[in-house]
Design a protein around this ligand. Structure first.
Ligand SMILES: C[S@@+](CC[C@H](N)C(=O)[O-])C[C@H]1O[C@@H](n2cnc3c(N)ncnc32)[C@H](O)[C@@H]1O
Length: 350
């Protein structure tokens, strides 16, 4: 199959095709086989999510049906790590669920439920967490033509591209609201103020399917907190040529939608955000949860050498998770549902 289609359909087939999708093909290595997320960097990340879950639990008054939903759960590594980090009393009450398009991995902790789809709206009390999920929700790509008109980019399974028709309807509306392309170099001040044409050759990803996917995920909560952590950009700072890219075997590669590589694009988290959303960087969020890259005091080396080495290693992982030029620059989108889980990561929050 090598016919032309938009990147959204092409990515859907390449990543999630039932027999040969990059993520769904039976026996595939899973995300960790191709790239490292925060979850794989260190157990400190799962520990921070466990701390957040405990704050949510406190805020909700320790409900019997406390639930943790991990959306886009990979092989269940985050849930496994959170279960290991939780105090026994909370772990005993917790209902942990993975939502994942790939099949349940063999040998996963039997306490973890494995769902192919999000739970029903209003059915979850607790924390919904989605680490690097939204960047894998397929999106269409647009590129401005010689006249500055945004056209859908069409692609074949071998990665060849050409421009399709102009974008219209809800996608055009999304672009108008969430994208500010630079104007053509020859735009005069007059045309700029009256909305001169965008420069040719500028690209963007249409984030609408992610806004909708995220809104559906938030709606599963009856009460609690939903968190999306991802590569993000904001209106005004969206990269000029878009962010669509591929990953294979730990390396960034040209995105080819044939199932041989991951296909991902940074997330317009500002467009996903609901009215009561809070936004932080991962660095701010992890600092609020007690993870940082501070080195242990040197004095520890003489009183407890093994403890010093452990603390040094944790400091290295903490530094990687909070590095502003790397994972620490990720966006965390927090959506409290109900009034009890607002401000949980603010200084002085629960
Ligand atoms: C980049 S991986 C992240 C895995 C894990 N959260 C981590 O941080 O290591 C994205 C995962 O999201 C899953 N995924 C994408 N869309 C999904 C959907 N609509 N429902 C459930 N899982 C989805 C993919 O199958 C893939 O395993």
């Amino acid at each position: 199959m090598n016919e032309w289609c938009g990147w959204r359909d092409a990515t859907e087939r390449a990543l999630y095709g039932p027999d040969d999708g990059f993520y769904t093909r039976p026996g595939g290595p899973g995300p960790a086989g191709h790239f490292r997320t925060s979850v794989h960097v260190s157990p400190l990340y799962a520990g921070a999510v466990a701390t957040l879950l405990c704050r949510v639990d406190d805020a909700l008054g320790h409900p019997d049906g406390l639930t943790l939903v991990d959306v886009g759960a990979g092989r269940g590594e985050l849930l496994t790590g959170v279960l290991a980090a939780l105090p026994d009393e909370v772990g005993a009450r917790l209902r942990p669920y993975a939502v994942e398009r790939a099949a349940r991995p063999q040998g996963l902790d039997p306490r973890i439920g494995w769902l192919a789809e999000l739970p029903a709206p209003g059915s979850v009390t607790g924390l919904l967490f989605a680490n690097e999920w939204l960047d894998n929700v397929p999106v269409d790509v647009v590129e401005t033509d010689a006249d500055g008109v945004p056209r859908r980019v069409l692609v074949r399974a071998d990665g060849t591209e050409r421009l399709g028709g102009p974008v219209d309807g809800a996608d055009a509306e999304w672009l108008r609201r969430w994208w500010t392309p630079p104007l053509a170099a020859d735009a005069t001040e007059d045309t700029a103020t009256t909305g001169g044409a965008p420069a040719p050759g500028i690209r963007a990803e249409i984030g609408r399917p992610r806004d909708e996917a995220w809104a559906r995920a938030v709606r599963t909560l009856r009460a609690g907190l939903a968190v999306a952590a991802d590569y993000a950009h904001e209106r005004g700072g969206r990269p000029l040529f878009g962010t669509l890219t591929g990953f294979r075997d730990g390396r960034e590669v040209h995105p080819v939608p044939d199932g041989s590589c991951d296909i991902t694009a940074h997330v317009a988290l500002d467009a996903c955000a609901g009215p009561s959303a809070e936004r932080l960087t991962q660095r701010e969020a992890l600092h609020a949860l007690g993870v940082d890259g501070r080195r242990p005091p040197l004095a520890l080396a003489s009183t407890d050498p093994a403890g010093y080495v452990r603390a040094l290693s944790a400091a290295g992982s903490g530094a990687e998770l909070t590095d502003p030029a790397g994972l620490g620059g990720f966006g965390w989108l927090l959506e409290p549902v109900g009034d009890r889980c607002a401000g949980l990561l603010k200084p002085g929050g629960a």
